[in-house]
Design a protein. Sequence first.
Length: 273
Amino acid sequence: MIPEEPSHVSRSETGDRPARTRREPPPFRHVAVRRVADLSPWMRRVTLAGPELEGLSVDLPAASVRLLLPSRGTTDLVVPTWNGNEFLLGDGTRPVLRTFTPRRLRPGDLELDLDMVLHESGAASDWARAAGPGDRAAVSGPGRGYQVDPEATSFLLAGDESAMPAIGQLLESLPGAAVVDVHLEVAHPDARVDFPDHPGALVSWHDLPSGEPTGTALLAAVRATDLAEGTRVWVAGEAAAVQRIRRHLFEELGLERSAATIRGYWKYGRDGT
């Protein structure tokens, strides 16, 4: 979800090879689960809280935070070290680190809501299913969000379940006079959730046909959408699926790249949930 941080090339200690490094993400803030609530059979809201959330600010919709969880099979939360390219634990292994939309931050209460999709398996999904008050975690962020064009009169928002929290934020942030066409693909009909009201929004749900690749219904919906001149497009979901949408928008329709934000939030077959 987080776009790759700006990088630069520096010399390794031997001076023989250039080593690619990336800007270190913001430090981790320790938190604990305060409460959980099921938004659907496939999405759970986990409210995190703690004094270290003091000073955290999320200024744009569709931003992101990294969520650090205990390694599988343990309850111990170990903060990893940044090596210039990625976070690693002391033994050289990768931590359980996932990226989510910070659905709502309440600075006065020092609370942060994360709406987490419950896939059939995955480290974050398993943690969210079992999460209870007092369970420890840490967050780092935020990553950059979406800069809304206040002059735009038409928007297309499209995504799968992983994009629902961000789309909810966008509906709260887009100009009230704008026409907003929203398309959402769900793997299960009961994965649908309620969204904030927007006077110009039409929300359409698309069930993924059984046996079809993720993104099939979403691509068909976007293909069938007649984009008005000046429409701003925001798309997020499974990486290969949004790549197909990217090709349709840029190569087939000739949409200007500055008019669209397209983000791969996860990859099919990878334990990233």
